[in-house]
Design a protein around this ligand. Structure first.
Ligand code: PLP
Length: 382
């Protein structure tokens, strides 16, 4: 399906005509292909006698290869995890920051990472260094001066989850390498909509949900581990991540070795017969569109929204935002009412702190943007 034909893109998604959905950052709109894959998978699951031993492995390996491609990495580096927090926990479990060193995070970061680093900090006597951004300042300009030899772990996203403010990962990764700090990326709010190349950035770990910009089912997340971290300790010891688990007749010939690569970090029951086909369908579609093309199509949408809402006196909360995710600073008097006012017009966006977060995907048409701008202009007029 070509990305340059907006009408066909809308019809790829299960979003009715009268709904203008700008909340992909919360939960993705669903592709028909993903819904159908889920329905087919559920029907198949109702006939377990049709599920062969090889099916415990084949879908999962296909998904690993597809998501590996999505982030510019290898399938071997990909582990299948239930949530970002699980990926963070694997990372924290396998990094050995010296006591007294610092974990650098952004102000207002998503709690899953913060709580993980707080626990590690308590265990290993680390300091959490929270970097704040001045109004008008880019994240990298705030981060780089604080990123020195005292920092042992840098945990950052590609865009801030509250308002899409941009983090220049290339410069952060380069400085992290210079000072010898490990780099952990939470790609939950960017993977699938913003090009990410682990080959170039060389992070230690990348963790992500699968139900936002990846257009996949809730409950299937991803962790990519750099080659030097693929012989670490998993959080749990499940049977299927052990070597030769394909041989069902000999599962009680207990093995010390794991499956190769980052598979040792897979969650228990990662086969997820019902969800894996949905995640495969979603990732196949993203790769067919191409992440660069998705990013540039969404940049056009968010650019138009920024331009048109500026005329209403609403301004982006940061000097640079992701192509797919923007935040508009909302005057205090409007904060309680803005989301309900939008919903009355069947427009769906989110308030995060003082910011209206707008996160379209390729289902969004010009008519949706018109409806959003109209609803906002009525809200501004009071
Ligand atoms: C940046 C970011 N990370 C992680 C998550 C989800 O975390 P978890 O998978 O641990 O529930 C979200 C959800 O909104 C998010 O925005």
């Amino acid at each position: 399906m070509p990305i340059d034909s907006p009408a066909s893109l809308r019809s790829a998604f299960a979003v009715p005509e009268d709904v203008s959905y700008f909340n992909t950052a919360n939960l993705s709109p669903m592709l028909h292909a993903v819904q159908h894959a889920g329905e087919d998978a559920l029907s198949r699951r109702a006939r377990p006698w049709t599920i062969a031993e090889d099916d415990w492995f084949s879908g999962v390996e296909r998904l690993r290869a597809l998501v590996g491609e999505l982030l510019g990495g290898d399938a071997d580096g990909l582990a299948l995890v239930p949530a970002t927090s699980y990926g963070f926990a694997v990372a924290a479990n396998n990094l050995r920051p010296p006591s007294g060193s610092r974990v650098l995070v952004l102000d207002g970061e998503y709690p899953s990472g913060i709580y993980t680093w707080r626990r590690l900090a308590a265990q290993r006597e680390l300091e959490i260094l929270t970097v704040r951004r001045e109004p008008g300042e880019a994240w990298a300009d705030a981060v780089l001066p604080r990123l020195d030899e005292r920092v042992s772990v840098v945990s950052v996203p590609n865009v801030h989850w509250t308002d899409g403010s941009w983090v220049d990962l290339a410069s952060v990764a380069e400085r992290a390498r210079e000072v010898g700090a490990a780099l952990v990326i939470d790609a939950s709010q960017s993977l699938g909509a913003v090009p990410l190349d682990v080959g170039k950035l060389r992070p230690d770990f990348v963790t992500s949900v699968g139900y936002k910009w990846q257009l996949g089912p809730f409950g299937r997340g991803y962790l990519w581990a750099a080659p030097e971290h693929r012989d670490g300790s998993p959080l749990e010891e499940n049977w299927i991540s052990r070597a030769e688990s394909q041989d069902f007749a000999r599962l009680i010939d207990y093995r010390d070795a794991y499956q190769p690569g980052a598979r040792r970090y897979d969650q228990g029951e990662r086969t997820m017969f019902e969800l894996t086909p949905m995640a495969i369908a979603a990732t196949e579609q993203l790769l067919a569109w191409g992440v660069e093309d998705i990013a540039s199509a969404l940049a056009t949408v968010t650019g138009t929204i920024v331009e048109r809402t500026r005329e209403l006196g609403l301004h982006p909360s940061a000097p640079k935002h992701g192509p797919h995710l923007i935040g508009l600073a909302v005057p205090e008097a409007m904060r309680d009412n803005i989301v309900p006012a939008l919903e009355r017009a069947r427009c769906y966006a989110a308030l995060r702190g003082s910011v209206l977060r707008i996160s379209p995907h390729l289902h969004v048409t010009d008519a949706d943007v018109d409806r959003l701008v109209d609803a906002l202009s009525r809200a501004v007029a009071g």
